[in-house]
Design a binder for this molecule. Structure first.
Ligand code: PLP
Length: 430
C-alpha cells in the first residue's frame, strides 16, 4: 500500500489551507503525525483513497454517517432537493415535516429550531438557558466536547469549586470564568460546584452517554442525581446529544436511559451527512427564542432544504425494522473478536461498547471518566491505528474517539477487520 497521491495533496494543502486541514483532528496529530489519507470516494462501509487503496470505514465522518456512505435513499433525497433549488430563505414544508419527526422520536422536545452545526446548537442552548434563568454560569464535565464556541472551550480550574480557564487562545478569561468543569461519573465534585455556585448556575451541559473520550456510559443514578441537584438549584439540564441522538436507538440517549433534560442539542446523524444542528426542549423555555422571546438566534442556511431532505431520508432508513439490533449484533462480534485476539497476543486493552459504537483503549483499567481515558497508552494506540490503516481499516486518528458501525457494515466487514486486528496485534506483540 502506498500513499503517494495523499502525500502530494497534503503538501499542496499545507500551502493553501491552514495546517493543511479544515478541522484539526484530521491532521493525525493524535497519532504522532503523518500524512492524512485523502479519500476519493465512499460507498456503503467502504472508502477508496486517491492512491487506489480500499478501506473499511469505522470513522463514519465522526458520527453522522450511520447508514453507510452514499446511501441510495439519502442520495436521491439530496438530488431532488438540489433540483428544486437549494436555498429559499423562506419557510418550507420540509422543516415542518422534519420538526414533527424529531418531536415524535424524542418526547422531551416540545419545540425545536434548526441550525447548521452541533457547535451552534449547543451555543444557543446556553444562551436560551441564560435568558430563561437570568443567570450566567454553566457547569460541564471534563473531557466532553461541546463544539468550538468560546463558551465551552474552557478547561477545568484546580478543583470542582473553581472557575474555568480558557482552553484555547482567543477565548477571553472573562468568558471562561462563567464555566465550571467537573469530572464525569463522580457526583461529589458536582455537588460541591452546585453548593458553591448554585444560584448563579443557568445550566448544566451533559453528554448523557459520552462520545468524546470514547464511549462512556453514566454510572447508575449519576444522571438522576445531576438532574435533581440542578433542578433544586433552579438551573436547567441541557443534554448535548450531537453524537448520541439516533446513534443507539431510534430516538436519543435520554430515552435509552429513561431520563429527561430540559433542553437538547443535536447534530451529526440528523443531517444524513449534510451540515445541520438542532436544539429543542420544553415549550416555556424555547419560547425565550426570537421571534417569540428576547433571546436572539438566526441563520441564513438554517433549515435549508438539502439538509432537511437528507435528515428526513436518514431517519426514514433508521425507522426500518431491526437496523439498530443488527448494528448491536455486529458491534458485539467486533468487541468479542478484538478482545479474544488481544488476549491471545498479550495486549492489554479495554473496550467500552454500546450497541454499534465502541472504543478500544490500551489500558488495563476500566474507563469511566476523562482522567482514565487520558491515562490510556497513546503510543500503542498510534501504532495500532497506523498498522490497521495499512491493513485497510480506517479508524478515527485519536485514542479518544469511537468506532462507529453503520447499517451498511456486514459480517464480511467484521471478518476482514478481525483478520486485520489479528495481524496488527501479532506485529505489536513482537
Ligand atoms: N457536541 C458534541 C457532543 C460533539 O461531539 C460535537 C462534535 O464532534 C459537537 C457538539 C460540535 O458539533 P459540530 O462539529 O457539528 O459543530
Amino acid at each position: 500500500m502506498h500513499f503517494n497521491q495523499s502525500e502530494h495533496l497534503y503538501k499542496e494543502a499545507k500551502e493553501h489551507i491552514v495546517g493543511g486541514v479544515n478541522s484539526p483532528s484530521r491532521a493525525y496529530k493524535g497519532v504522532g503525525g503523518g500524512t492524512p489519507v485523502y479519500m476519493d470516494r465512499a460507498e456503503g462501509s467502504r472508502f477508496y483513497d486517491v492512491d487506489g487503496n480500499e478501506y473499511i470505514d469505522y470513522l463514519g465522518a465522526y458520527g453522522p454517517i450511520i447508514t453507510g456512505h452514499a446511501h441510495p435513499h439519502i442520495t436521491e433525497a439530496i438530488t431532488k432537493a438540489a433540483q428544486n433549488g437549494v436555498l429559499y430563505g423562506t419557510p418550507t414544508v420540509l422543516e415542518n415535516r422534519f420538526a414533527k419527526m424529531l418531536k415524535e422520536a424524542i418526547p422531551s422536545l416540545d419545540k425545536v429550531r434548526f441550525v447548521n452545526s452541533g457547535t451552534e446548537a449547543v451555543m444557543t442552548t446556553i444562551r436560551v438557558a441564560r435568558a430563561y434563568t437570568g443567570r450566567n454560569k454553566i457547569i460541564k464535565f471534563a473531557g466532553c466536547y461541546h463544539g468550538h464556541s468560546d463558551l465551552v472551550l474552557v478547561a477545568a480550574g484546580s478543583g470542582p469549586a473553581t472557575l474555568g480557564t480558557p482552553d484555547s487562545a482567543g477565548v477571553p478569561a472573562s468568558i471562561a470564568q462563567d464555566v465550571i468543569t467537573v469530572p464525569f461519573n463522580d457526583i461529589e465534585p458536582f455537588k460541591q460546584a452546585i453548593e458553591k455556585f448554585g444560584d448563579e448556575i443557568a445550566g448544566v451541559l451533559v453528554e448523557p452517554i459520552v462520545g468524546n473520550f470514547g464511549i462512556v456510559e453514566p454510572k447508575p443514578g449519576f444522571l438522576q442525581e445531576v438532574n435533581k441537584l440542578t433542578h433544586d438549584a433552579g438551573a436547567l439540564v441541557i443534554y448535548d446529544e450531537v453524537i448520541t441522538a439516533f446513534r443507539f436507538t431510534y430516538g436519543s440517549a435520554q430515552q435509552l436511559l429513561d431520563i429527561e433534560p430540559d433542553m437538547t442539542a443535536m447534530g451529526k446523524i440528523i443531517g444524513g451527512g449534510l451540515p445541520i444542528g438542532a436544539y429543542g426542549g420544553r415549550a416555556d423555555i424555547m419560547e425565550q427564542v426570537a421571534p417569540l422571546g428576547p433571546a436572539y438566534q438566526a441563520g441564513t442556511m438554517a433549515g435549508n432544504p438539502a439538509s432537511m431532505s437528507a435528515g428526513i431520508a436518514c431517519l426514514e432508513v433508521l425507522q426500518e425494522q431491526g437496523v439498530y439490533e443488527e448494528m448491536d449484533r455486529l458491534g458485539s462480534r467486533l468487541e468479542k473478536g478484538i478482545l479474544e485476539r488481544a488476549e491471545e497476543h498479550g495486549i492489554q486493552i479495554q473496550i467500552n461498547r454500546l450497541k454499534g459504537a465502541l472504543t478500544v483503549y490500551f489500558t488495563d483499567e476500566k474507563v469511566e471518566n476523562y482522567e482514565q481515558a487520558e491515562n490510556t497508552d497513546g503510543e500503542q494506540f498510534a501504532r495500532f491505528f497506523k498498522l490497521m490503516l495499512a491493513e485497510g481499516i480506517n479508524l478515527a486518528p485519536s485514542k479518544y474517539e469511537a468506532w462507529f458501525l453503520t447499517t451498511a457494515h456486514t459480517d464480511e466487514d467484521i471478518d476482514q477487520t478481525l483478520t486485520a486486528v489479528e495481524k496488527t496485534f501479532r506485529t505489536m506483540a513482537n
